[in-house]
Write a protein that binds this ligand. Sequence first.
Ligand SMILES: Nc1ncnc2c1ncn2[C@@H]1O[C@H](COP(=O)(O)OP(=O)(O)O)[C@@H](O)[C@H]1O
Ligand SMILES: [Mg+2]
Length: 280
Amino acid sequence: MRFGKRCSTEPRARDAPLFGVDHVADSPERFLADSGRVFARFDERTQDSGNVSYGVEIGGRRCFVKTAGRADTASFHDHADRVRLLRNAVHLAQSCEHRTLPKLRQVVESPRGPMLVYDWVDGELARSALNRVRALPASQVSRLLSDIYDLHVQLVGEGWVAVDFYDGAMIYDFDRRRVHAVDLDCYQRGRFTNTMGRMFGSTRFMAPEEFELGATIDERTTVFTLGRTAAELLSDGSLDRQPFGGSEAQHRVMIQSCRAHPDDRFQTVAEMNAAWLAAG
Ligand SMILES: Nc1ncnc2c1ncn2[C@@H]1O[C@H](COP(=O)(O)OP(=O)(O)O)[C@@H](O)[C@H]1O
Ligand SMILES: [Mg+2]
């Protein structure tokens, strides 16, 4: 299986699968415990997704292994839905390689559905460390945002529309000053109609059309979410000028991205990103 469109300049060995098999008869827990050292577990104690994920060290390399958890676990998504979303995440990873996306190295099928084996990334969830992010020099947060915008230019270029992106989907490494985006499992390919009313997501990042049954969700919805990301990370969550840490011009980009009506926003993420870079 080939991942990503860009040619990698890194050594081939980096692309080697971590496990020598592509399917197992054991449960993920059993298989992972037999294969390496499980050093982290993300389950119902911290996640409301129903998914169960693991940090596993194998052969001196750390990876993040995401699974749909047990079939009898109740969450908003049933097990079949969770499996579908994980397969969607595989499509997303296959379509896009970016410095902010932890690399998906392998998919191993198990009786509980696929195990997605990603590179482990260091850092803290922007959501839990929000105050620390807000206290960083504006230039650093501005770069973090530019990385996230650049990722979305590429994703939108592959047809992906952001769904459920929020500060819990960004891991920031304060030492290395690097951001990674995770948990993009709900992104959808192509514009679509809101059939839910209030869709999934964190209200702070959601556009008006994500609350409106029958509304169109498209690239302009992604523009809104990215504008809100600046409001959350580079300001106090408001769109006001005073608390905003960036320039006057960056503030104008945020305001135009977060207009209530999609027609009044930047019409593409590429346009928004170009304005952001010119403003920086
Ligand atoms: N590649 C990764 N490296 C290290 N930690 C990760 C990675 N991806 C996710 N995480 C951590 O695992 C948690 C759960 O992953 P996530 O993809 O958000 O699963 P869920 O579908 O349960 O929300 C995240 O909140 C984050 O703290
Ligand atoms: Mg999550």
